[in-house]
Design a protein around this ligand. Structure first.
Ligand code: NDP
Length: 333
């Protein structure tokens, strides 16, 4: 049946400016790392995309290697862009990345100009688009001169393949160098995409200060620690969860006794606030003024709905923050 987006899609969501740029992103964005590959049911993937859009999620995040198999998440979105989202391209911000291994040989990995430009051309074909809104260098490359990688990003913008560029998982020093190089070439480094969650607070040790200094936006990936910071694992490991399916980097070994104690204590605070643990975890990431958007994943539409409902209660009292800090110590950093 023909998809007609909800006419109220912009009332449930709030949008934040990406650093000092003209672009705005929804506070909750949807990533297609898992559950959107060729191995997944297309109808289910499309249902999540349309539900997300109905809730005002205008930003879908991809990478060349998302699937499995690698590349197929871009194909899934490409198909949806030709059908369900045919009339809505200009209401969407679509990002993709290159930087991790994509094809064999020396030209399908890391950060050379050769790799980034060829990879984005492949992504555009899979997506069926003339340009993406944001293109990221997916991870720092210790061996390619940063001048070359940033020169490639600048060329990508100038050639019209992407409207904006960003970086992912760069440390504070690398972020500063990348932003300065791009600025000197006349292109803004729009946004940084780091991991950030209650269980992974590395960005608080200098990176967020640097992104603020550079007037860049921040989109926090895996804000639910790949599903750990949800109600999913409080009692047992569900058979359809990421841990059980071995699809991500999350393993049985991540669910230690100490982690479970933390999850139970955090869940108690969430309940006091009238939230689920996932909602508490998202509100906590979004409490940072420099975090533009929390980039979630989902295996079903109801998870997306529940994540968006976290926006109903974002504020924290000092007492709540101190109690959360106490629970997270010392295992969090
Ligand atoms: P999350 O930390 O949000 O984990 C998502 C998982 O959490 C879901 O698959 C689901 O687990 C569970 N979940 C989500 N919402 C709920 C809910 N409301 N209630 C209960 N459980 C819930 O993020 P991801 O690790 O999936 O990463 C998100 C995105 O970040 C990726 O798709 C990708 O775009 C980006 N990313 C970027 C990286 C980079 O290097 N730049 C690296 C990794 C991710 P289950 O599947 O078990 O149901």
């Amino acid at each position: 049946m023909h998809y007609l987006p909800s006419p109220t899609r912009y009332s449930a969501m709030s949008y934040a400016r990406v650093g000092a740029s003209g672009l705005m992103l929804p506070r909750i964005s949807l990533g297609l790392w898992h559950n959107f590959g060729a191995v997944d049911r297309h109808e289910q993937s499309v249902q999540m995309l349309t539900r997300a859009f109905d809730l005002g999620i205008t930003h879908f995040d991809l990478a060349n290697n998302y699937g499995p198999p690698a590349g197929s998440a871009e194909e899934t979105l490409g198909r949806a862009l030709r059908t369900e989202f045919r009339s809505y391209r200009d209401e969407l911000v679509i990002s993709t990345k290159a930087g991790w291994g994509m094809w064999p040989g020396p030209y399908g990995d890391f950060g050379s100009r050769k790799y980034l430009i060829a990879s984005l051309d492949q992504s555009l074909k899979r997506l069926g688009l003339d340009y993406v809104d944001i293109f990221y260098h997916h991870r720092p490359d210790p061996n390619t001169p940063l001048e070359e990688t940033m020169g490639a990003l600048e060329h990508i913008v100038r050639s019209g393949r992407a409207l904006y560029v960003g970086i992912s998982s760069y440390d504070a020093q690398g972020t500063r160098a990348a932003a300065e190089l791009l600025r000197a070439l006349g292109t803004r480094c729009l946004i940084h995409q780091p991991s950030y969650s209650m269980f992974n607070r590395w960005v608080e040790d200098g990176l967020l200060q640097e992104t603020e200094r550079q007037q860049m936006g921040v989109i926090a990936f895996s804000p639910l620690a790949q599903g750990l910071l949800t109600d999913r694992y409080l009692d047992a490991i569900p058979g359809d969860s990421r841990i059980a399916k071995h699809t991500g980097f999350l393993n049985h070994s991540d669910l230690t006794e100490a982690r479970l104690v933390q999850l139970q204590a955090l869940s108690k605070i969430a309940q006091e606030r009238g939230q689920s643990l996932a909602q508490l975890a998202l509100a906590w990431v979004l409490r940072q003024p420099s975090v533009t958007s929390a980039l979630i994943g989902a295996s079903r539409s109801s998870q997306i709905e529940s994540c968006v409902a976290s926006l109903e209660r974002l504020g924290f009292s000092q007492d709540e923050l101190s109690r959360i800090d106490a629970i997270l110590q010392p295992a969090a950093r």
